[in-house]
Design a protein around this ligand. Structure first.
Ligand code: ADQ
Length: 471
């Protein structure tokens, strides 16, 4: 068997991320790459005046990394444009925010061609490729045009939208047809898998068999749901580390006996932060007896702040948090602590452990790893309560959480009340069920399930005539 080549927009080899902050995904993929003496390919994150196509090769620990630089137009049209102003909002059901500009389309196609042009010469005949996320949907098509018949899999980290939402995208058909040049297409949830299936059968007139085989005239692919998870053992170790214990102690000290409600997210409109703030305000308005007994800490790392929708959201959150504190704070109580910085994973684990309740209430989310990390970091004897949106992919696997509709302020406020009052026995039994699920769907099971399905699939493309290599 040949090498494994992982392709993603940005490369996140563990040593890129520095002390204690390497994400579970990076760690899991790096482990697979080590096992298959593989290569991780992606954008360096840098832009140059003109695109050269030059590949920078380096070694990060045991992982070989290959990156290319893009030009400034690529960053605007492909990354800030089609990826983050068109596909991201659309796939998160925000058709009101999705921008359709020809320049974005062109930038997306151009960068995928640039990736393919730089990557193709590095690929050997028996290599297997695993491409990640919505930035690179047409990459397999661009590689096939260059004659590659290797096995190529694709995993989508964000939701696949319903057919009616997807069809608001100009040229949606081209996008889905390009996706069918992958041998295996993985989704986070059954819900996404079914939405894709509905598109294939109802819009393209194709067929999807029970085993996930997708057939259309002249082409065949396979789909499946592969829910992503965290590295539980590693995260628990982070939660038990000296750094986590120190943060936990600091948090407890600053809580002065008050209960901590926690939110941890990238600052993104899909995460339902504004709705969460408003629900907390409602909770404060309805629960006079709770004033000064609780506080809400929202950690929201800035993200994509070159995109206006993110700047607007940030301004709204500043205003709402200011209003809440203005109305309710006392000389020694701040009801909402709103922090925009980012924390190391071990520090974060300490904060999770100090919390009585976590609000993970995205309006849409592919999976949501914060929900799983929160569970993994809890004290089994005295765990906190997880309030989880029904629209997070994680809800399919975590029914023992308090599942809420994040669009309903009353329902969310009620879940906060219920969670804070939940007796210990109930918290412990829910947590046990949750941790069992988190352990069973860890990041290595995810990786092994996806790669198992990809390797076990039929042989190479020569056996299968498609539009590009039928001859
Ligand atoms: P994200 O949208 O980034 O990921 P999520 O799954 O919650 O969402 O992952 C966020 C990661 O970043 C977590 O590991 C979390 O600990 C970390 N993080 C968040 N806020 C942080 C902060 N303030 N400081 C430090 N770390 C922070 C996308 C999809 C998700 C999908 C993942 C993985 O949108 O739906 O679950 O990919 O597939």
């Amino acid at each position: 068997m040949g090498r494994l080549i992982v392709v993603s927009n940005r490369v996140q080899a563990p040593s890129d991320l520095g002390g204690g902050s390497a994400g579970g995904l990076a760690v899991a993929l790096a482990a697979a790459l080590r096992e298959h003496s593989g290569l991780w390919f992606g954008w360096s994150g840098r832009t140059t005046e003109t695109f050269t196509g030059g590949v920078q090769l380096r070694r990060e620990g045991a992982v070989n990394v290959a990156t290319i630089d893009l030009d400034e137009q690529d960053r605007q049209e492909y990354y800030n444009g089609y990826a983050n102003k068109t596909l991201w909002p659309l796939f998160h059901y925000r058709t009101d925010l999705a921008a359709y500009e020809r320049a974005f389309d062109a930038g997306y196609a151009r960068v995928n061609e640039r990736f393919a042009g730089a990557l193709a010469p590095l690929v050997q005949a028996d290599d297997t490729l695993w491409v990640h996320d919505y930035h690179l949907i047409p990459l397999a098509q661009a590689l096939r045009r260059r004659g590659l018949v290797n096995r190529i899999g694709f995993f989508l980290h964000i939701p696949w939208p319903s057919r009616r939402v997807l069809t608001t995208l100009p040229r949606h058909r081209e996008l889905v047809e390009a996706l069918l040049d992958y041998d295996l297409i993985g989704f986070q949830t059954d819900d996404s898998r079914q939405a894709f299936e509905a598109y294939v059968t109802e819009t393209l007139g194709g067929a999807v068999a029970a085993d996930g085989t997708v057939t259309l005239p002249g082409r065949r692919s396979r789909i499946g749901a592969f829910p992503i998870g965290i590295d539980v053992k590693d995260f628990r170790a982070a939660a038990a580390s000296a750094a986590a214990r120190e943060v936990h102690k600091r948090m407890r000290r600053s809580m002065t006996g008050r209960k901590l409600i926690l939110g941890v997210d990238r600052l993104d409109y899909s995460k339902g932060l504004e709705e969460r703030f408003l629900a907390y305000e409602q909770f404060l308005a309805d629960s006079a007896e709770q004033l000064e007994n609780v506080f809400f800490l929202q950690i929201a790392t800035l993200s994509r702040d070159e995109v206006e929708a993110y700047q607007d959201l940030r301004a709204r959150l500043d205003a709402v948090s200011g209003r809440i504190n203005g109305a309710y704070a006392t000389i020694d109580w701040v009801p909402l602590r709103y922090v925009n910085r980012s924390y190391r994973r071990d520090e974060l684990a300490g904060v999770y452990r100090a919390a009585h309740l976590a609000l993970v209430t995205p309006l849409r989310d592919g999976m949501n790893l914060v929900a799983k990390e929160f569970v993994a970091a809890q004290d089994p004897e005295d765990p906190g309560v997880l309030v989880l949106s029904q629209f997070a992919g994680a809800a399919e696997q975590m029914p023992a959480a308090l599942i809420v509709n994040p669009f309903s302020r009353e329902e969310l406020a009620e879940a906060i009340r219920r969670g804070l009052a939940m007796p210990k026995a109930d918290r412990v039994s829910r947590w046990r069920e949750l941790i069992e699920g988190v352990e069973q769907t860890g990041v290595s099971q995810w990786r092994d399930a996806f790669l198992g399905a990809l390797f076990q699939g039929r042989g190479k493309r020569e056996a299968l005539p498609t539009q590009h290599n039928a001859a």
